[in-house]
Design a binder for this molecule. Structure first.
Ligand SMILES: O=C(CO)[C@@H](O)[C@H](O)COP(=O)(O)O
Ligand SMILES: [Fe+2]
Length: 252
């Protein structure tokens, strides 16, 4: 089955003073499928955004999805050093898809020795833990991480240890508005060749000028921050991104 086209505006580029209304407008008026929520801890990446309490407040402005990948999905991109530690808080706040970084999954926590041994984990175990908490699980790769690290994870004999989505970063994580790195697209193409149904998300520098390349490589979940929130007509940009993915990836 061909994957669905999913357009997920990154609220990092929204007006933080009116984040709730910005979120509802983006989904209900402009037609976004998901909202991409960038969580940065100032440690895994050199920037800080916000945490679960803010996600909890903005969640009530957007209807919860009625199907697992449905409209209104809160796609939380966790650019944080201790991903396991925050799963429950983000679940309570209303996160639907918890996407952690592969590079952070093995990290010891900078907390007490007891917590350290509990938090140290492997990507497969962390995916299972996220699934056991009732959330969808995503795994993200920074530009310097080769796609090969994912093969064993995607081939896991344990169904609960397989991710629902892979995120290939097309910028170095930390900031919105950076230049798209086409050098990352061979990772997307390699994943798509092996996994025709997999949700493959690309994030960083996506917009009308770069969507063709990303869709040609096979990405079906498109994050766009500045291209959507900086547009005169965000709805038009979202429609164009969706149409391109539908034509090139979904065969519509
Ligand atoms: O995760 C990140 C940045 O680390 C992204 O989600 C950006 O926020 C996308 O912004 P644009 O590149 O589309 O402006
Ligand atoms: Fe992101």
């Amino acid at each position: 089955m061909a994957p669905q086209a999913i357009i997920a505006p990154s609220i990092l580029s929204a007006d933080f003073a009116v984040l709730g209304p910005e979120c509802s407008k983006t989904v209900n008026e402009h037609g976004a499928d998901w909202l991409h929520v960038d969580i940065m801890d100032g440690h895994f990446v050199p920037n800080i955004t916000f945490g679960a309490p803010v996600v909890g407040k903005i969640r009530s402005h957007v209807d919860k999805p009625s199907t697992p990948h449905g409209k209104g999905t809160f796609d939380c991109h966790m650019m944080i050093a201790e991903p396991k530690k925050w799963v429950r808080d983000f679940k309570k706040a209303g996160c639907d898809l918890y996407c952690f970084h592969y590079e952070a999954a093995f990290s010891d926590a900078s907390c007490s020795p007891e917590e350290k041994s509990e938090l140290k984990t492997s990507p497969g175990e962390l995916i299972r833990y996220i699934h056991d908490e009732g959330l969808l699980a995503g795994i993200a790769l920074k530009p310097d991480t080769p796609v090969d690290v994912l093969w064993d994870i995607l081939e896991s004999p344990i169904e609960k240890e397989k991710p629902d989505m892979v995120l290939i970063m097309t910028v170095h994580p930390g900031f919105g508005g950076q230049k798209f790195m086409a050098s990352e697209l061979p990772k997307v193409a390699a994943l798509r060749e092996k996994y025709p149904d997999l949700n493959i998300e690309v994030d960083g520098g996506l917009g009308p000028g770069t969507i063709d390349q990303a869709a040609d490589a096979g990405a079906n979940v498109i994050v766009a921050g500045s291209a959507v929130f900086g547009a005169k007509d965000p709805g038009e940009v979202i429609s164009l991104l969706r149409k391109t993915v539908e034509e090139k990836v979904c065969g519509k």
